[in-house]
Each structure stands twice: as structure tokens, then as C-alpha cells.
Write a protein that binds this ligand. Structure first.
Ligand SMILES: [Zn+2]
Length: 190
């Protein structure tokens, strides 16, 4: 049984539905929600009409340092920071809205979605655990994802480091879009 108020429980259920629709898996739901495992599974079954898939969460940051994952992760995290720091969203709202904006950007730019919700959430956890940081690119001045111990100045981001012709799917992610953390790349949904 949920121990908080009815209003708090209703809010947790709505948060659960939102996370499930974005693709959150059980370990993410259990960490983000103040609901019992049984309750989450019930909500998952009602929302997706399927049982939640099994499997562990990513435990290594290595995935984020391949070229396309790094470009997409940098885009997502810059949007997240804008929503959290400039638009003053809560952590939960910044996470879910940033991910929706990221999906909308991929769709409008007709590029493949590289970052799953699990990868986006894990990225946030790695930042919160101070394993990752953002560094400014020496070429385009965009801020991109780096390991905390690799923040030497003068490094180009992975988009500037490679010729554009070798980046299938990167054409919709111009460096200026990743760079500009004072305005979101697309409109914020209500
Ligand atoms: Zn760059």
C-alpha cells in the first residue's frame, strides 16, 4: 500500500505512465517512483499491454563515446540543462521534456533516434555521479559530453573531429544547435 496522500499517489501514477510511454524499463521506474514494484508492474501492463522487459541498466560510460551516441547524448543533455537551469523545470520534468524534445528533433530532422530513454536516463545518472561532464568544443564552441578526467582544453567535439560526409544521420544535428544552451532547439510542449 502507498503510504503518502491520495494526491501524491495519483501524481506518482501519472509520472509512472509518462515514463513508461517514453520507454522506461523496470529498474528506471523503481528508482524514479515511490511506488511498489507490484504497483509499477500493474501500471506497466495496463499502459503497454505487456510485461516489462527484463535486463540490467548500462553500467559503463563507454557507449557514449562512439561518434553518433556522443553527438546525440550531447544534444539531449544540452536540452536537459536548458530546461533545468533556464526554464526552471524540476529534474523529472526536465528529463521527460528533454527526451520528448530530442525525439521531436530526430523526427523533424529525419534522423535515426540513437538515444533510447534508458540511455538518456543513464546519461543523467552518470552526470549526477560526476563520471561525465560537458566540455566546450574548440572548433564550434558547442558543449559536448566528455569523461570527467578528460576535460583538457582545445579538443574538438566528435562532430567537428570527423568530416561531415562520414557522419550518416548527423546532418540534422548542426553544431550550433548543440552549442546554444540559452534557447531550446525546438518548442517546449505544454
Ligand atoms: Zn564542435
Amino acid at each position: 500500500m502507498y503510504k503518502g496522500s491520495v494526491a501524491e499517489e495519483a501524481r506518482e501514477v501519472l509520472r509512472a505512465i509518462e515514463l513508461i510511454r517514453l520507454g522506461a524499463r523496470m529498474p528506471v521506474l523503481e528508482r524514479e517512483l515511490a511506488l511498489s514494484r507490484d504497483r509499477i508492474i500493474r501500471i506497466y501492463r495496463e499502459t503497454k499491454r505487456a510485461l516489462p522487459p527484463k535486463g540490467a541498466l548500462p553500467f559503463s560510460t563507454d557507449w557514449y563515446f562512439a561518434r553518433l551516441p556522443n553527438i546525440h547524448a550531447s544534444l539531449f543533455y544540452n536540452i536537459y540543462l536548458f530546461l533545468r537551469d533556464e526554464a526552471k523545470c524540476s529534474r523529472f520534468d526536465a528529463l521527460t521534456r528533454a527526451y520528448r524534445l530530442y525525439l521531436e528533433h530526430c523526427e523533424s530532422a529525419q534522423i535515426e533516434r540513437v538515444l533510447s530513454f534508458t540511455r538518456a536516463w543513464s546519461l543523467l545518472r552518470f552526470f549526477e555521479g560526476r563520471l561525465l561532464t560537458l566540455t566546450r568544443c574548440a572548433a564550434c564552441s558547442g558543449r559536448f559530453v566528455r569523461r570527467m578526467q578528460e576535460t583538457h582544453a582545445g579538443s574538438p567535439c566528435l562532430m567537428c573531429a570527423a568530416p561531415p560526409t562520414t557522419l550518416p544521420g548527423a546532418s540534422g544535428l548542426a553544431p550550433t544547435r548543440v552549442a546554444n544552451n540559452t534557447s531550446p532547439p525546438v518548442a517546449i510542449p505544454a
